[in-house]
Design a protein around this ligand. Structure first.
Ligand code: ZN
Length: 221
């Protein structure tokens, strides 16, 4: 008797349909898992969106806390004094000597201010590595300027691929939890009068109105 003769065809059919059933059952489990995975992935994506929105809100709240904190009294007073002298220096009814005297006072007081300022509100632009066609001669380093005391720093090395990149290195005006940095383009910085504005104007410029809505919404909850 050879091996095949030992096999009962009917029983073999039975085994076939049992395996068939088993496979169908496992496939159904996998299908069910896929549905659940799909559901979980959707939930994960939605949660990631919520997280992103929350961290943006957190950032805005932190920014507003810094703006509310403002500058130390000493810094504010010295700065207001400089603005006052600047107004005096622009008078047309004074002598050239008086103007020069005001100007040297301004320069000295600016230096004094820069010594005590921790540069909390900064404006800047990112560097550009230059174009290949100009042999990179049109490249320039990034620059940051404190709007409180006018302290200016150029990036030491590295060029940002985009405005959020940390590739640029700053010794004084680097990213910090106590510093707001707003990026604008280079041409904008030159053409607009951002500097030596009253401190309240600087705060307004950094302030994001969305925080008002957030506070309003929170109150209604
Ligand atoms: Zn400063």
């Amino acid at each position: 008797m050879n091996n095949l003769d030992k096999i009962d065809s009917e029983k073999l059919e039975g085994l076939l349909s049992a395996e068939d059933e088993f496979i169908k059952y496992q496939l159904a489990i996998i299908k069910n898992c896929d549905l659940k995975i799909g559901g979980f992935n959707k939930k994960k994506r939605k949660t990631e969106d919520l997280l992103r929105e929350a961290s943006r809100r957190l950032e805005l709240i932190n920014q507003t806390i810094l703006l509310k904190r403002g500058v130390p009294e000493e810094v504010g007073k010295l700065r207001a004094g400089i603005l006052f002298i600047m107004g005096q220096a622009n008078r047309t009814d004074i002598t050239v000597d008086a103007v020069n005297n005001f100007r040297s006072q301004i320069e000295q007081q600016k230096l004094d201010l820069q010594k005590i300022c921790n540069h909390p509100f900064v404006v800047g632009y990112s560097g550009y590595h230059g174009s290949y066609s100009y042999d990179h001669d049109d490249g320039y380093a990034g620059c940051r300027i404190c709007l409180v005391c006018d302290f200016t720093e150029y990036a030491k090395r590295g060029y940002a691929a985009d405005i959020c990149s940390n590739a640029e290195k700053y010794e004084q005006l680097s990213e910090s939890a106590n510093r707001l940095i707003r990026f604008i383009n280079k041409e904008d910085l030159r053409s607009r009068n951002y500097f030596w504005r009253p401190i309240e104007e600087i705060f307004e410029w950094f302030f994001n109105k969305r925080v008002l809505k957030m506070l309003n919404d929170a109150q209604q909850k």
